[in-house]
Every structure is written in C-alpha cells, then in structure tokens.
Design a protein around this ligand. Structure first.
Ligand SMILES: [Zn+2]
Length: 103
C-alpha cells in the first residue's frame, strides 16, 4: 500500500488540537488520513488527486471561494470542501463542469 502522504508513513502528525472547551495543545497525534497506520489505499491516493484537481479548478480557473461555488451545484461549502479532500464523491454535474471527462 502507498505511504500516507499526510504523515509520511509515521502514523502521526504534529499539529494543534482544539478541544473546543477553550483549551487545546500542540503535539503529535494519530494521523487523520491513515488512522495511524502510515499507509493509505490506492483509492485514497486517487481520490485525493481528483480532489486537488477540483480545488485547482475552483481557485485558478473560477477564482471563487467554496461558499460561492458550492450553491451553484446545490452543495454546501462543507460538502464541496470534503470533495476537494477526496472524502466524498463528486456529483456528475460538478465533475462535468470541471471538465474532468470520462470517469
Ligand atoms: Zn498518515
């Protein structure tokens, strides 16, 4: 399996964790992408690449924010953000608008 691109196979990343109670801390925490295994599936690598393409299209071609683009496709900004991170599938209408061609 491919090495996790977020933690470089380490299984943890150094970051700030916000406990949402007015506290938080910097430290090493299990990697969100691979869940601490240091490895991700080929599918995840592909989904991340497509998500990045989607983001590049929005930022560099449309020059628009998540909030501006999302409603045009019946999405929320949060949903569109998840798509750009490859976490949920991209609907056909958006796929075609971005000029991605055949699935
Ligand atoms: Zn990882």
């Amino acid at each position: 399996m491919p090495t996790c691109p977020d933690c470089n196979g380490q299984g943890e990343t150094f970051r700030f964790v916000d406990y949402r109670d007015g506290h938080g801390e910097h430290g090493y925490f299990p990697c969100d992408e691979c869940g601490g295994t240091g490895q991700v599936s080929e599918e995840r690598i592909k989904a991340r690449a497509v998500g990045k393409q989607l983001r590049d299209w929005r930022v560099h071609t449309l020059h628009m924010s998540l909030r501006d683009v999302a409603p045009r496709f019946g999405l929320t900004a949060v949903e569109l953000s998840h798509m750009e991170h490859g976490r949920i599938p991209i609907p056909d209408v958006l796929w075609e608008a971005a000029g991605f061609g055949e699935r």
